[in-house]
Each structure stands twice: as structure tokens, then as C-alpha cells.
Write a protein that binds this ligand. Structure first.
Ligand SMILES: O=C(O)c1ccccc1N[C@@H]1O[C@H](COP(=O)(O)O)[C@@H](O)[C@H]1O
Length: 211
């Protein structure tokens, strides 16, 4: 099970994420309390080396701006967390994660037809388009039959609920932001506990016949 920790805002936290086995970190360039400038991300990227994926999170941003920030901050993946149409994602040169709000009535087949490398399911937007710390009803996905190998689960995950979330949804990866923070800042103990919990979940815990 892969883990992305989103909303990293300083090099010390990024290096700690790498040390504890995080697979990807997210830099938020959208309107958010975690928003970064391209320069801040560039500085962190320079101190990080190559073996931790850097995901840039954008909401309804212009293509040229995304490409420019991606190049300046050495991003590996683009996460589109707004209302970007399929043609927009197809124009991007880097791999794409497309986020969708998921709630009762959402049409999974439409979501899965979006041309992205990964599909991220999050709870409906709160004050910001993402990173609000709220989860959706994972049971809505439990019995659905689809290819889960490009599914990323997000929204209100934390060390207490992530095991149950993985068992229910059986995603390829999980993404967390608020759940590893204390008073709005990344908390190293919570990050470590989250990673240990996720990496401790074995396939036996959640493999079943529904793919
Ligand atoms: O983290 C943010 O501030 C953010 C802002 C705008 C769009 C997306 C954002 N983050 C993504 O939101 C989800 C859920 O986060 P949380 O764990 O519920 O806080 C996750 O995919 C982040 O990548």
C-alpha cells in the first residue's frame, strides 16, 4: 500500500517523510492554508533528492502556470483537484492524479473513464477544494467491482481510521493531510504512526474477490 502525505511546507518535514518511508509528498499550489509558492517548493525539491515523488496539487489552474511550476519545482506528478475537463488533463506532460468528490449518487463509471493515471476519491469540498479533514462513506465503494490499481483514497484519514478505510475500499494508495497535523502543522509523531499503520496492513487484511 502506497502513501502520499500532502501539504508539506518545509524541508525538515519533507526529509522526515522520506525517512519514515512515505512514497509521495504533496505541495499545494491551490488556495489553501497549506499553499506554497513555486520558489518555496523549488527550495525543498533541491534539498530532497530524487527517490520521493513530488506531487503538485492544483485547483482550476492555467495549463501554462502548472507546466511552469512543475518545471521550477521539479514535480513528478500533477494532482488536479478542481473541475478540470478531460481534455485539460490530456495536455499535461507529467502523470496525472485526478481528484473527485465522492458521495451518494456519484457515478463511478463516469469518474473512472477520466483520462488520468490515477483517480483520487475525496469527500465533498469544504472551505477549500480539499484538505478539509472530512471523510466520505467508504461503504459506497465496498461492493463496487472495478480496477482498484489506480485508485487513491483520501479525505479525513488518520491513524485511527485508515486501517478500516483500506479494508473497506482496497485502494492502491492512501493520501492524508489534516490527519497528520496538530494545530495546523504537520506532526512528525502522527506522520510516523500513520505510515506504520498503513504499511502494517497486509493484503490478507483486505484482498477479496471484488476487484
Ligand atoms: O491539502 C490541502 O490544503 C488541499 C487544498 C486544495 C486541494 C486539495 C488539497 N489537499 C488534498 O485534499 C485531500 C484530503 O485531505 P485531508 O486528509 O482530508 O486533509 C487530499 O487528497 C489532499 O491531497
Amino acid at each position: 500500500m502506497k502513501v502520499k502525505i500532502c501539504g508539506i511546507r518545509d524541508l525538515e518535514t519533507a526529509l522526515y517523510a522520506k525517512q519514515i518511508g512515505t512514497d509521495a509528498i504533496g505541495f499545494v499550489f491551490a488556495k489553501s492554508k497549506r499553499q506554497l509558492s513555486a520558489e518555496q517548493a523549488e527550495e525543498m525539491a533541491a534539498g530532497l533528492g530524487k527517490d520521493l515523488l513530488k506531487v503538485g496539487v492544483f485547483v482550476n489552474e492555467e495549463l501554462e502556470k502548472i507546466e511552469s511550476i512543475a518545471s521550477q519545482a521539479s514535480l513528478d506528478v500533477i494532482q488536479l483537484h478542481g473541475d478540470e475537463p478531460p481534455e485539460f488533463a490530456e495536455k499535461l506532460r507529467l502523470p496525472v492524479i485526478k481528484a473527485f468528490s465522492f458521495e451518494k449518487g456519484a457515478k463511478l463509471s463516469d469518474i473512472l473513464s477520466y483520462p488520468a493515471d490515477f483517480i483520487l476519491l475525496d469527500s465533498p469540498a469544504g472551505p477549500y477544494r480539499g484538505g478539509n479533514g472530512t471523510s466520505f462513506d467508504w461503504k459506497l465503494l465496498e461492493k463496487e467491482s472495478f480496477d482498484r490499481s489506480r485508485l487513491i483514497l483520501a479525505g479525513g484519514l488518520n491513524k485511527e481510521n485508515v486501517k478500516e478505510a483500506i479494508r473497506t475500499v482496497r485502494p492502491f494508495a492512501v493520501d492524508v493531510s489534516s490527519g497528520v497535523e496538530t494545530d495546523g502543522k504537520k506532526d512528525q509523531e502522527k506522520m510516523n504512526q500513520f505510515i506504520q499503520t498503513v504499511k502494517g496492513v497486509t493484503k490478507n487484511d483486505y484482498i477479496c474477490t471484488t476487484r
